[in-house]
Design a protein around this ligand. Structure first.
Ligand code: FE
Length: 173
């Protein structure tokens, strides 16, 4: 068997994933303007990188927030942008946190996703472009929508601390 040189293996590893440790979202936000996709390896946990930057999906019933019921806001784990309010969260029994609407329509983007043999609408953070999950048309009133979001793509800020988190401003890639 031919052995690849160590440098080639390291280069390959950098292309297929990320093993960096996870800093606080505020730290990511402070430098978000200058970050490009490859730089997220130094910002996100490996699981968050796989979801946010590689369109991955966490296993259902595994995430931190699918049963979370505290009052506050959910922000992007990548950039700290305000994305969803706990007031719009509902129990979907899907195994992922579910919301009937984002906090602000302009906070998230939606793109047709034909991967894995399915036709779905992908939901992304409009501030940093990170993949969040998908939106389906089987949600409750008032919108009838179900934003099915990966817990690992989110961080939670209690209501009384919301003012300490400033929204992100513009896309990074
Ligand atoms: Fe973001």
């Amino acid at each position: 068997m031919t052995r690849l040189p160590l440098l080639a293996l390291l280069a390959l590893a950098s292309l297929v994933g990320c093993n960096a440790q996870q800093p606080a979202p505020a730290a990511a936000q402070a430098s978000s303007d200058s970050l490009r996709a490859s730089s997220w390896c130094g910002v996100l946990s490996p699981d968050a990188y796989r979801v946010l930057r590689e369109q991955g999906t966490e296993p259902r019933f595994s995430g931190e927030f699918w049963l979370h019921e505290e009052d506050g806001v959910y922000v992007c784990m990548g950039c700290g942008a305000h994305l969803f309010d706990s007031g719009a969260k509902f129990k979907s029994n899907s195994g992922w946190p579910s919301f009937y609407a984002p906090t602000a329509a302009e906070g998230v983007g939606e793109h047709l996703d034909l991967s894995h043999g399915m036709r779905r609408m992908e939901v992304v953070c409009n501030a940093c472009g990170g993949h969040l999950g998908h939106v389906f048309e089987d949600g409750p009133p008032p919108t009838g929508l179900r934003y099915c979001i990966n817990s690992v793509a989110l961080d939670f800020v209690p209501r009384d601390s919301v003012q300490l988190v400033a929204p992100a401003s513009r896309p990074v890639d």
